[in-house]
Design a binder for this molecule. Structure first.
Ligand code: SF4
Length: 218
């Protein structure tokens, strides 16, 4: 990243981190993924039970590699068949840590996430003792309106391509409901079923957001 762009990106991440802290979430700002991996190492203790969402940000940042290093009791969703994946999700609700990213983070300190299966957004709300999110600067938006647009024009279409979902956005790159209301969209193979806004938290620092000045995931 160009050094000038890096400077304004870090300033934006710092503003966002401050807003997240006001909403009772712990927030960290990193120059790059290696710093993010270092922060994650510092937060975890050996042998901790860890669950995760299917996040490209965790893979891109190298955090997933750390989680699978053998130092932790990692619940690996890739080892479960479609028939018994519910058993895996149930184990994650009692985990010490749950890792994922966020579809968008607003500069006002809100997290915005949309799920089809909804195991991820349910774990963000309740269950695991701590939630740790790794979020690239590409996911920072000004407000919730921009968060909705981001999911409809970037996150959901790219995830539909990744997951092979038969949806309008997979073919066109944008949601059929981009100009409608928040929940407008396809009704078939949709991955947009439940819409979660995480604002001020009752349990201080249960949610930890690691903001990275790199593009991670989508
Ligand atoms: S509602 Fe359907 S078309 Fe719209 S973003 Fe979600 S999956 Fe894609």
């Amino acid at each position: 990243m160009d050094e000038n762009v890096k400077k304004i990106t870090i300033a934006q991440l710092k503003r966002t981190a401050e807003a997240l802290r006001k909403n009772n979430m712990a927030a960290y700002v990193c120059n790059d993924s290696s710093e993010a991996v270092g922060i994650v190492k510092g937060l975890l203790c050996e042998g901790a039970t860890i669950g995760s969402g299917g996040s490209m940000s965790l893979v891109d940042s190298g955090v997933m590699e750390l989680l699978k290093s053998g130092n932790y009791n990692f619940i690996d969703r890739t080892q479960y068949s479609p028939e018994n994946i519910s058993e895996c999700y149930a184990k994650m609700y009692t985990a010490d840590y749950y890792f994922c990213s966020s579809n968008a983070v607003t500069e006002n300190g809100e997290l915005y996430n949309v799920d089809g299966n909804s195991n991820r957004i349910s774990a963000i709300c309740f269950g695991p003792k701590k939630v740790i999110m790794v979020v690239g600067c590409n996911k920072i938006v000004r407000n919730l309106d921009d968060a909705v647009k981001r999911v409809k024009s970037v996150a959901a279409p790219a995830n539909c391509v990744r997951l092979g979902c038969n949806t309008y956005c997979k073919e066109t790159g944008v949601c059929m409901g981009i100009d409608g209301c928040m929940t407008d969209g396809c009704k078939g193979d949709t991955i947009c079923c439940n819409y979660l806004i995480s604002a001020k938290q009752r349990h201080k620092d249960r949610i930890n957001v690691i903001l990275v000045a790199e593009h991670l995931g989508y």
